[in-house]
Design a protein around this ligand. Structure first.
Ligand code: AP5
Length: 588
C-alpha cells in the first residue's frame, strides 16, 4: 500500500514559515487587476507558497490563455562559435571529430583546407606546399582569405562553427577581430612536449573517412583500414620539433587575444575523458545562452540548479516547494504558448510510483499548488481523479489512487468558496466537463490490470476542446492482463492518443542500480527549454552537486545518456550493459 505523508506540515492552514520573503509585488501583476478574483484564493495560494518556502519569482500568467506561439522563443538553435587551439598533435582534430558529431558544428580546419588545396594542385596549394612541408606557417594573407570565405558561408552561420588551427598568429587574430568574428569559447589543449612528438610520429590518417588514428593509442579497427592508412609528410620527428617551436613563438599573443573566453584543458588524458570536459563546457554555454535570450523566463533566470539530497525521504519542505514551483512555471509557459494537451512527468523518489515510497500526499500537494495558482489568476480549475474501472465484482481502481478523491476533499483549500467555486473536484470522463471549467488537472491517470483509462480520457479531452488538460504523472502504457485483452485491442490507437500530450515538464532521477541508491544523475526538461542531463558529483565534506553534461532538443535515448556519461560518441559506444544497461530498462 502506498504510504501517505499527510503530516500537518503538508496541509495545515497556518503558515509555519517565517522565512518567506514573498511580497504582494512578487505575485503576478495581473492579480491586482482581477476584480472577479476572490481575495481569499490569492491569500490561500500565497499562504501555501509561504508555508513551503517557494522562491520569490515574479509570475507571468495572464488572465486569458493565449494561443499565440510568439511569446516564448526557445533559443535552442542559436549556433555555437568555438575555437580550438593547441600545439601540433595536442588532439585538436581528434576532439573536433567528436564535437562535430555531438554538436553538429561546421568544422573549419585550416590544416585540412590547405591539404585539400595541395592535393588538388590549386595555386593556393602550390604556394602553401613548401611552407607546410617544412613545418612553417603558410603566409597570413592566404589563410585569412580562406577562413573568411568559409566563415561567411550559410552552413557556418546556421549551424555554428568550430575553428581548428586558426588563428595561429597575432595578425590572424586581428583579422578576425576586424571582421567582428568572436568565439564563445577558446579551448586550449595542453599536452607536454615529449608526448606531442610521439603522437605526431605515430599518427596515421584514413584517406577514405578522414578519421585520425595512432599506431599505438588508437589503432585502426580492421586490417582493411590499416592497409590504406597514410602518414602526413610533416609528421617526422624533425618537422614536429620545428612546428612546435613555431607554435610556441606565436601562442602567447593568440592566447592573450582570447583570454576572456579561454579555457585550458589537460589533454594528456584519454580522448574520451578530454571530450567529456569539452562537451560539458559547450553544453553549459548553450544552456546559459538559452537562459539569457529568454530574459522573461523567471525560473531559468533564478533557477537554483537541482536540489541535493534527493534520496532523503521524506523530502524536505524546500525540496517539495522547489519542484512545485518548477512544474508550475513550466505549465504556465506551455499554456501561454497555446498548448492544450500537457503532460507532467516528475519522478522524484516521493512521486515515483515504481518505488515503494510513493506518497500520494506529495502528489496531492503538487496538484493543489498548481490548482491554486491557476485559480489565483482567475481560472476555474477542475481537478479530476479517475473513478472505479471495470464492472461488478471486477470493479476496482489502481492502488495508488485509492482514497485520493477523499484526501482532496479533506485538504485545506482556504476559505469555503475556493473549493467548489474556483477549484472543483471531479472524475475523469466526458460528462465531467462543464461549460464554466477553464482547465483540467488530472491526477495520475493510469491503466489498471485489464482496464484502460484512455476511453474516458479521450471523451474528456474531446469535451474539453481547446481548454488545457494537464496530466500529472500519467501511466498510459499497457499493463499485462491475464486475458491478454489490453495488449491486443486498440493498442495502437491508445498509444497514439497518449502521444497527443506534450511533455511540459520532465524530471527523472537516474540510478546506477535498480534502486534509489546511489543517484547517478538527473534528466530535466522545463518547457520550452531543452532536455538537460546532469551528473551527480560527490564533493568534499560529504556534499554533492549536479553538473550539466549535455542538452538535447528531444528526450534523449538510453544510448545517448550512456554516451554522455561515458564521454563516448555514438559509433564508439558498445551495446548498453551493466549500469548503463539499467538505463535502458528505465527508459524503455
Ligand atoms: P594542422 O593540420 O592544423 O596541424 P597542427 O596544428 O600541427 O595540428 P595537428 O593536425 O598536427 O594535430 P592535432 O592537434 O589536430 O592532433 P590530432 O587530433 O591529429 O596544420 C598543418 C600545417 O598547415 C601547419 O604546420 C602549417 O604549415 C599549415 N597551417 C595550418 N593552419 C595554419 C594557419 N592558421 N596559419 C598558417 N599556416 C597554417 O592528434 C594527433 C595524434 O595524437 C593522432 O594520432 C591521435 O590519434 C593522437 N591523439 C589525439 N588525442 C589523443 C589523446 N587524448 N591521447 C592519446 N593520443 C591522442
Amino acid at each position: 500500500m502506498a504510504s501517505l505523508s499527510l503530516s500537518s506540515a503538508h496541509f495545515s492552514s497556518t503558515s509555519s514559515s517565517s522565512r518567506s520573503s514573498i511580497s504582494t509585488s512578487s505575485l503576478s501583476p495581473s492579480s491586482t487587476s482581477l476584480p472577479l478574483l476572490q481575495s481569499p484564493i490569492r491569500r490561500r495560494y500565497r499562504s501555501l507558497r509561504r508555508r513551503l518556502s517557494f522562491s520569490v519569482i515574479p509570475r507571468r500568467t495572464s488572465r486569458s490563455f493565449s494561443t499565440s506561439n510568439s511569446q516564448i522563443r526557445c533559443s535552442i538553435n542559436e549556433p555555437l562559435k568555438v575555437m580550438i587551439s593547441g600545439a601540433p598533435a595536442s588532439g585538436k582534430g581528434t576532439q573536433c571529430e567528436l564535437i562535430v558529431h555531438k554538436f553538429g558544428l561546421v568544422h573549419i580546419s585550416t590544416g585540412d583546407l590547405l591539404r585539400a588545396e595541395v592535393s588538388s594542385g590549386t595555386d593556393i596549394g602550390k604556394r602553401a606546399k613548401e611552407f607546410m612541408n617544412s613545418g612553417s606557417l603558410v603566409p597570413d594573407e592566404i589563410v585569412i582569405a580562406m577562413v573568411a570565405g568559409r566563415l561567411s558561408r550559410e552552413d557556418a552561420k546556421e549551424h555554428g562553427w568550430l575553428l581548428d588551427g586558426f588563428p595561429r598568429s597575432f595578425a590572424q587574430a586581428q583579422s578576425l577581430d576586424k571582421l567582428n568574428v568572436k568565439p564563445d569559447i577558446f579551448i586550449l589543449l595542453d599536452v607536454p612536449d615529449e608526448i606531442l612528438i610521439d603522437r605526431c610520429v605515430g599518427r596515421r590518417l584514413d584517406p577514405v573517412t578522414g578519421k585520425i588514428y595512432h599506431i599505438k593509442n588508437y589503432p585502426p579497427e580492421s586490417d582493411e583500414i590499416k592497409a590504406r592508412l597514410v602518414t602526413r609528410p610533416d609528421d617526422t620527428e624533425e618537422k614536429v620539433k620545428a612546428r612546435l617551436q613555431i607554435y610556441k613563438q606565436n601562442s602567447e599573443a593568440i592566447i592573450s587575444a582570447y583570454s576572456d573566453v579561454m579555457v585550458k584543458i589537460d589533454a594528456n588524458r584519454p580522448k574520451e575523458v578530454v571530450f567529456e570536459e569539452t562537451q560539458t563546457l559547450l553544453s553549459q554555454i548553450q544552456l546559459k545562452r538559452m537562459i539569457k535570450t529568454d530574459k522573461a523566463s523567471p525560473v531559468q533566470d533564478k533557477w537554483r540548479g537541482i536540489p541535493t539530497r534527493l534520496n532523503n525521504i521524506p523530502h524536505s519542505r524546500d525540496i517539495r516547494a522547489y519542484f512545485y514551483e518548477d512544474v508550475l512555471q513550466a505549465t504556465i509557459r506551455s499554456i501561454k504558448d497555446g498548448n492544450t494537451r500537457l503532460r507532467v512527468d516528475i519522478n522524484i523518489p516521493e512521486l515515483n510510483p515504481e518505488m515503494d515510497v510513493y506518497r500520494i500526499g506529495t502528489l496531492m500537494e503538487l496538484v493543489q499548488a498548481l490548482a491554486l495558482s491557476f485559480a489565483d489568476d482567475g481560472k476555474r480549475v477542475k481537478v479530476c481523479v479517475q473513478g472505479s474501472m471495470g464492472e461488478g465484482a471486477l470493479a476496482g481502481m489502481p492502488l495508488q489512487l485509492a482514497g485520493t478523491r477523499k484526501i482532496l476533499e479533506y485538504m485545506d483549500w482556504g476559505d469555503d468558496e475556493t473549493l467548489g467555486t474556483f477549484v472543483k473536484l471531479g472524475a475523469i470522463g466526458g460528462k465531467e466537463v462543464d461549460e464554466e471549467d477553464d482547465m483540467f488537472i488530472l491526477v495520475a491517470p493510469q491503466n489498471a490490470v485489464g482496464n484502460c483509462i484512455i476511453d474516458d480520457l479521450q471523451a474528456m479531452t474531446t469535451a474539453a476542446g481547446k481548454r488545457p488538460v494537464v496530466l500529472i504523472n500519467p501511466r498510459l502504457k499497457d499493463l499485462p492482463a491475464s486475458s491478454g485483452i489490453m495488449q491486443t485491442m486498440g493498442r495502437e490507437q491508445r498509444l497514439e492518443y497518449a502521444l497527443t500530450f506534450d511533455n511540459c515538464y520532465v524530471f527523472r532521477l537516474l540510478y546506477y542500480l535498480g534502486t534509489q541508491y546511489p543517484i547517478m544523475g538527473a534528466l530535466r526538461m522545463s518547457y520550452p527549454y531543452r532536455y538537460e542531463l546532469y551528473k551527480r558529483v560527490n564533493e568534499e565534506n560529504g556534499k554533492e552537486k549536479y553538473v550539466l553534461l549535455a542538452t538535447y532538443a528531444e528526450r534523449p535515448t538510453p544510448e545517448q545518456i550512456d554516451d554522455a556519461f561515458s564521454g563516448k560518441s555514438r559509433d564508439q559506444s558498445k551495446k548498453a550493459s551493466g549500469i548503463w544497461g539499467f538505463l535502458s530498462s528505465v527508459f524503455s
